[in-house]
Design a protein. Structure first.
Length: 257
């Protein structure tokens, strides 16, 4: 399974999963159809699945047009997004499985950004591979999604599920927010040497217009304040030792950043 990162809208990423043996493809969170159609034409591939993480327009905006071109494609989304994702046919819950290119992904229920958000985790197929996590707007490189429909407790639980995955897991998040996220992170975890190093690397990458996605979970655990609610530096910044309250206060600071 090959993963292609496609640019969309202003700062969105769409992920096209491609199986060269069958010339088929699946797409994760098509914000718009055109980049997907262009890549499918380039590959000579047939779209067989749309994997949506949540219902926001910048994640499902291309569904309808893609279905017109590939009416046989199956649209997947969270069970609690019923009626909110265009063309949805499969309603997924925690622990369900989806398959593509001979690989099986586990569905994680990760509410917080929205009440129905899910993520798709493809574990390594063999020891030479890494896992792939398609997490929409739950976890970002250096940050996490705003809490539009969920609670801080829900988001901590959701991020905890992600934090428990293997460190080498690649994080395919849906926006290029990394530089701003790390600028904020330095305001609450400024003595973190790993964070300082990462910020310098990302700053250089963005100056050269290089993408910062995918990220690596192990790096996120060292530098992302929203996976570090149990670290003393973050608890000090939040003036709390309670994990949920620490997360909530740091998230509130980011909302005002």
């Amino acid at each position: 399974m090959q993963v292609y990162r496609l640019n969309a809208l202003f700062d969105n990423y769409i992920f096209l999963l491609y199986d060269s043996t069958t010339q088929t493809a699946a797409v994760v969170d098509p914000a718009e159809a055109e980049p997907v159609l262009l890549k499918l034409a380039e590959l000579g591939a047939e779209l067989v699945a749309i994997f949506n993480t949540h219902h926001h327009g910048d994640h499902v905006g291309g569904n309808s047009r893609l279905l017109k071109r590939f009416p046989q494609a199956v649209v997947y989304g969270g069970d609690e997004d019923r009626g909110r994702i265009p063309g949805q046919q499969v309603f997924l819950q925690e622990g369900d499985r989806v398959e593509f290119a001979g690989r099986t992904a586990e569905v994680l229920f990760v509410p917080g950004h929205t009440r129905a958000h899910i993520a798709y985790y493809f574990p390594p197929f063999n020891p030479d591979q890494v896992g792939e996590l398609f997490c929409g707007d739950t976890l970002f490189a250096g940050g996490c999604g705003r809490l539009f429909e969920g609670t801080p407790k829900q988001m901590v639980n959701s991020l905890g599920k992600i934090r428990a995955l293997p460190d080498q897991t690649r994080i395919w998040c849906a926006h290029e927010y990394t530089l701003n996220n790390l600028q904020f992170a330095l305001t609450v975890d400024g003595h973190n040497v790993d964070l300082q190093t990462r910020f310098a690397q990302v700053k250089t990458a963005r100056q050269q217009q290089e993408a910062t996605v995918p990220s690596i979970l192990g790096v996120e655990k060292q530098t992302n304040p929203f996976l570090r609610w149990d670290q003393s530096a973050l608890q000090s910044a939040a003036k709390s030792q309670d994990p949920v309250q620490t997360f909530a206060r740091i998230r509130g600071m980011k909302d005002q950043f």
